[in-house]
Design a protein around this ligand. Structure first.
Ligand code: HEM
Length: 535
């Protein structure tokens, strides 16, 4: 028996060697194939002069839908093709992880869904996704309306003060206002904490912005300086980051403790049918804690909450910012939106039922996300050698890529690609109401019937040419939450105020980190709607 054992060990060793040799060969060959990709040579100035996604777009037009971007010895594959995006995000999703993004976010989000390893992700995704069920979203719609009312009341007060000085308009940075509102909403929706940031400052609010600032800085900085030994203690910004994280973590720990003390265990189905009118803290945390048989430790819960706080805050604020920026430049579309708001809402509060009727406003939200996707790039790293499908750049075979390849799926390029959109740079919410037959081999065109019952156009309708929330198993869990939130806030704002940009549209400069935002705010002039304009 012992000689058989030795033979088996020998064979296993030989198989291993063979395996390694074949992997090396595949990597070598795929490396050669990747070498044959069209190559854009990036200069360091491309990283700092203007947002990177602008350059990625120019190179896409020059080099085609899949190209290699080389920065000295470092290379990224940039994908602007829906079939390749579908392959990476859906068909072969588990051959990829989040690569650079996980390195950046892990110190902040720990084992939250975005950076989590595959095993943790599988377990937590199964628990978190059912939390966004329809009764929860209906309850959230009321909360979105209440929070919007607080912002509207603040604007009313400012206008009243202005009126007492003889003026009739105020100037505000709406990007900052949306950021505060989105923070209040995500706090209440995810862990039932009222930041109250629309009307006040607090240490926790400052800590959230400090953390966001650091996350943003890391995502635009290409050397992971925060990993240097002792950086945590020696670099002043890193010390501040650690103390900001502590403030938020202490706050989240308190909320988790509180939720656990008031736990009412139930099965998922029961939780999804809950009567929210009796529940004071109808948040996702309540759902996660009450779910029977799922005893996540406090650390995991805290990572989950922190992830959703970061993922759902600036993203939604950005959608609102760009929606207003676009509407302000298109008075006829603004008028159409107002007419819809007036006819659907009248003087009534904004509810889930109303959202279903605000069709044009919903299309405005998704069209803004098409033109300004948040984030503009999805980041992946291949875990094993893979073959990307072909069919673009006159390349029928596609490219093989070795394990460890870093990829950017450029959502910005896909959303503005002349191959899939008519007048891709124009703001035209109506485009989503039209069917579009495919002119491109392998791409199925637009067809709303592919996703029956969807309230908002999604990646399925557009066969991955539209990816505002990603696609496949790692698709955003908060998509409906965010879309409904944006619709409610826009309706609340536009039915009360006349909004115009303070300067020219060109004066609003863009910057990016995780999201596309303005360089110095979205400064707007706001007046009360006169009855003639509101009719
Ligand atoms: C993932 C966009 C709001 C939670 C994603 C992804 C995108 C995205 C594109 C996929 C990332 C990838 O594949 O690499 C957005 C946009 C939002 C928004 C544009 C607002 C308009 C929210 C909200 C929440 C949320 C409100 C939570 C309440 C998450 C989480 C993931 C995610 C947890 C990771 C999912 C996973 O890996 O399983 N989001 N998001 N997002 N989003 Fe959102």
């Amino acid at each position: 028996q012992s000689s058989t054992g030795t033979d088996e060990a020998k064979t296993a060793k030989q198989m291993n060697l063979l395996d390694n040799a074949s992997n090396m060969l595949t990597n070598f060959l795929s490396g050669a194939k990747i070498l044959s990709m069209p190559t854009a040579e990036g200069a360091v100035s491309d990283l700092f002069g203007k947002p990177l996604f602008f350059s990625l777009y120019d190179w896409f037009i020059e080099h085609g839908s899949v190209y290699k971007l080389a920065f000295g010895p470092k290379a990224f594959v940039v994908v602007s093709d829906p079939i390749v995006a579908r392959h990476i995000l859906r068909e072969n999703a588990f051959s990829y992880d989040k690569g650079v993004l996980a390195d950046i976010l892990e110190p902040i989000m720990g084992k939250g869904l975005i950076p989590a390893d595959l095993d943790t992700w599988k377990q937590r995704r199964r628990v978190i996704a059912p939390g966004f069920h329809s009764l929860f979203l209906e309850t959230m719609a009321k909360m979105f309306a209440n929070c919007s009312d607080r912002m509207i009341a603040k604007f009313d007060n400012l206008l009243e003060a202005e009126a007492s000085r003889g003026g009739n308009k105020i100037e505000l940075d709406l990007e900052a206002e949306f950021s505060s509102l989105a923070l209040d909403i995500i706090g209440l929706g995810v862990f039932n904490y009222d930041f109250g940031s629309v009307t006040k400052e607090s240490p926790v609010i400052k800590a959230v912005y400090g953390t966001l600032f650091e996350a943003e800085h890391r995502s635009t900085f290409y050397i992971p300086y925060w990993k240097l030994p002792l950086a945590k203690w020696l670099v002043p910004r890193q010390r501040k980051f650690q103390s900001d994280l502590k403030v938020i973590n202490d706050c989240l720990d308190g909320l988790i403790k509180n939720a656990k003390e008031t736990r009412e265990e139930a099965d998922v189905e029961k939780l999804q049918q809950r009567d929210y009118s009796n529940i004071k803290d109808a948040s996702l945390l309540r759902f996660l804690v009450d779910m029977r048989g799922v005893d996540a430790d406090d650390r995991q819960l805290r990572d989950d909450l922190m992830t959703m706080l970061i993922a759902g805050h600036e993203t939604t604020a950005a959608v609102l910012t760009w929606s207003i920026y676009l509407l302000a430049q298109h008075p006829s579309k603004m008028k159409k939106a107002r007419a819809e708001i007036d006819s659907v809402l009248g003087q009534e509060p904004i509810t889930y039922e109303a959202i279903k009727k605000l069709e044009y406003l919903r299309l405005i939200v998704v069209e803004s996300l098409r033109l300004y996707p948040q984030p503009p790039l999805l980041i992946r790293r291949s875990l094993k050698p893979d073959k990307l499908p072909g069919g673009y750049n006159g390349n029928e075979d596609g490219y093989s890529i070795p394990a460890g390849t870093d990829l950017f799926v450029s959502v910005y390029n896909l959303h503005r690609s002349p191959h899939y959109w008519d007048n891709p740079n124009d703001f035209e919410p109506e485009r989503f109401q039209r069917q579009k037959a495919s002119q491109v081999d392998g791409w199925a065109g637009f067809d709303p019937s592919r996703s029956p019952g969807a309230l908002y156009p999604n990646e399925i309708i557009a066969d991955f040419a539209f990816l505002p929330f990603g696609g496949g198993p790692r698709k955003c869990v908060g998509d409906q939450f965010a879309l409904m939130e944006s619709t409610v806030v826009l309706a609340a704002l536009l039915r009360k105020f006349d909004v115009n940009l303070r300067g020219s549209p060109e004066s609003v400069e863009l910057v990016t980190g995780a999201t596309i935002h303005t360089k110095s705010g979205l400064w707007c002039q706001m007046k009360k709607m006169s009855s003639s304009t509101s009719n």
